[in-house]
Design a protein around this ligand. Structure first.
Ligand code: RFL
Ligand code: PHB
Length: 390
């Protein structure tokens, strides 16, 4: 087979890139290891920055997000049982975020791709990419027992943290930066009304909690847990009791519990690969970087990479200019590192690190006092949360 841009991975990064390129008349082929249903079953992000929402509009897939997504003008930080509102709108000159699940983003993009008749090979095993340091990159994969060979002008590695594209780059051509945190997030999804109209990020001596949502009738809650915890050991009852013990009294009283639709543990990690381009191979999204979920930045960073990459490729095909391609890695990384910094900072501010509170815990307390007491500090938090400019 031959295509212009081969996209590895049909997560939000790969699908959004495919959609933006399709609208510009550029042919793409997506190869995805999993089935479409499996991709849709992964419960992940929930918060879209305005820039991400605008990119969905530009890709022609924003209608349902605009109709069903929840516009949030603020969120809360709970510290020592006290809730403090962060007024995003007032602090950022009118900006906010949209609560719309990654599952729905992915579903809308899959529907648009199918309607456009653009090809996706699902359940593609043993994807290999070759010759991306030449003018003629190649790839192969196995679909239904048959080996498929693909020739492309470019390869976009949108295959997530455990994908094959970053792993195919020679070790001496890539530099990796990583920080692993000593805890994870246990998440629970339920068809119960959210405990509050806005998200609540809570610091507590038993560990961090996040009260989030997907809709007025569907909630998403998270608990900080040690990495040694196993999801099998968390009955719904145990989860709800632990959550209730950590949230503020008003929330504990208003919390409505119910059976879980999904429960899973995600480790927390900060990770960046540099550069993000190797000849005719580009990395985008989680394939190139991971942030801990505290700042709600992962999906939004994937979208901003895709924005830069789609512009670069469109410029290449329309104007025969390589300027966007040449600047892709540097443009992405400048934004990536700022989101890494913010996500690390908010994680450090809100989680429990030591059983015995020591020097770090005192600094954390002082920083929290400062953030809650200073409008300038809250503005810094708000400006980063809604998303830095492109
Ligand atoms: P994905 O979504 O991992 O998709 C990669 C796709 O590539 C496929 N693949 C392969 N295909 C072919 N061959 C191979 N060898 C392949 N290897 C992998 C995979 O099957 C998959 O379909 O990466 P992408 O597209 O870069 O998207 C990134 C986002 O998924 C991720 O950053 C966010 O989910 C992170 N995240 C959040 N981000 C936000 O912006 N806001 C949030 O509120 C937010 N909350 C979260 C999160 C991530 C979480 N977890 C589970 C890590 C909350 C959680 C709990
Ligand atoms: C979510 O709803 O899944 C969510 C929201 C905000 C975050 C992380 C996850 O910071």
């Amino acid at each position: 087979m031959r295509t212009q841009v081969l996209i590895v991975g049909a997560g939000p990064a790969g699908l959004l890139l495919g959609q933006l390129l399709h609208r510009a008349g550029i042919a793409t082929l997506i190869v995805e290891r999993q089935s479409g249903d499996h991709v849709l079953s992964r419960i992940r992000a929930g918060v879209l920055e305005q820039g991400t929402a605008e990119l969905m509009d530009e890709a022609g897939v924003g209608a349902r997000m605009r109709a069903e997504g929840l516009v949030h003008d603020g969120f809360a930080l709970t510290v020592d049982g006290q809730r403090h509102r962060i007024d995003l709108q007032a602090l950022t000159g009118g900006r906010g975020v949209i609560v719309y699940g990654q599952t729905e983003v992915t579903r809308d993009l899959m529907t648009a791709r199918a309607a456009a008749g653009a090809p996706t090979l699902h359940e593609a095993a043993d994807v290999r990419i070759n010759d991306f340091d030449t003018e003629r990159p190649r790839a192969s994969c196995v679909v239904g027992g048959e080996t498929v060979h693909v020739d492309a002008d470019f390869i976009a590695g949108c295959d997530g943290f455990h994908g094959v594209c970053r792993a195919s780059v020679p070790a001496d051509a890539i530099r990796l930066f990583e920080k692993v945190y000593p805890f994870g997030w246990l998440g629970l999804l339920s068809d119960t009304p959210p405990v509050s109209d806005e998200l609540i990020y809570g610091r507590h001596e038993r560990g961090f909690t996040l009260c989030s949502m997907r809709s007025p009738t569907r909630s998403r809650y998270y608990l900080q847990v040690p990495l040694t915890e196993r999801v099998e050991d968390w009955s719904d009852r145990r989860f709800w009791e632990e959550l209730r013990s950590r949230i503020d009294p008003q929330a504990a009283e208003q919390l409505i519990t119910g059976p879980s639709l999904e429960k899973s543990i995600a480790p927390l990690r900060s990770f960046v690969a540099e550069p993000m381009r190797f000849g005719r191979l580009f990395l985008a999204g989680d394939a190139a970087h991971i942030v801990p979920p505290t700042g709600a930045k992962g999906l939004n960073l994937a979208a901003s990479d895709v924005r830069y990459l789609s512009q670069a490729l469109i410029e290449h095909y329309r104007e025969r200019s390589s300027a966007g391609i040449d600047h892709y890695s540097a443009r992405c990384l400048a934004r990536v590192w700022k989101a890494e910094r913010f996500s690390w900072w908010l994680t450090s501010l809100m989680h429990n690190f030591d059983a015995e509170p020591g020097f770090q815990a005192r600094l954390q307390q002082a920083e929290l006092d400062y953030v809650l007491g200073s409008e300038a500090a809250r503005r810094v938090l708000a400006e980063n949360y809604v998303g830095l400019p492109f």
